[in-house]
Design a binder for this molecule. Structure first.
Ligand code: FES
Ligand code: FES
Length: 156
């Protein structure tokens, strides 16, 4: 099958990948670039486990054609650490407030929180709940997640 070469910025670094045109962004991230922090849940654009940031906005990478990120900037959960590898304040707040249980939703949830706080630094509870509306969590009941995002908003 014919391959296409495309370039984009991944977690701040330029990358070039040769792929078949039908691959999704999630397949490229996990299978070609071995960034397995991005999870595959439903594979249908409904659960948010595969959320990454594309030019700062959330996308469901499981249904996003990889070739469409040509020339754009993608941030995965691996890109949230600081220069020394320390956790982002949102990640610290999730841990401290018990917002991580099985952890499967966590990378996508944290990236949705990042997009929210970048746009709305001091969100209300309603804004937080709207910001994570596309991310499903089977474990926490969401309260700890909302509390963690609120706490993080006070530290960023
Ligand atoms: S795995 Fe992409 S939305 Fe569920
Ligand atoms: S912590 Fe298990 S799905 Fe959210």
């Amino acid at each position: 099958m014919a391959k296409h070469t495309f370039r984009f910025i991944l977690n701040g670094e330029p990358v070039q990948v040769d792929i078949e045109s039908h691959l999704t962004l999630l397949q490229v991230l996990r299978d070609r670039l071995e960034l397995t922090g991005t999870k595959e849940g439903c594979g249908m654009g409904e659960c948010g486990a595969c959320t990454v940031l594309l030019d700062g906005k959330t996308v469901n990478s499981c249904i996003f054609p990889a070739l469409e990120v040509e020339g754009k900037s993608v941030t995965t959960i691996e890109g949230l650490a600081d220069a020394k590898g320390g956790l982002h304040p949102i990640q610290k707040a999730f841990i401290e407030l018990g917002a991580v249980q099985c952890g499967f939703c966590t990378p996508g949830m944290v990236l949705s929180a990042k997009a929210l706080l970048d746009e709305t630094p001091k969100p209300t509870e309603e804004e937080i709940r709207n910001g994570i509306a596309g991310n499903l969590c089977r474990c926490t009941g969401y309260l700890q997640i909302v509390q963690a995002i609120k706490a993080a908003s006070n530290q960023i």
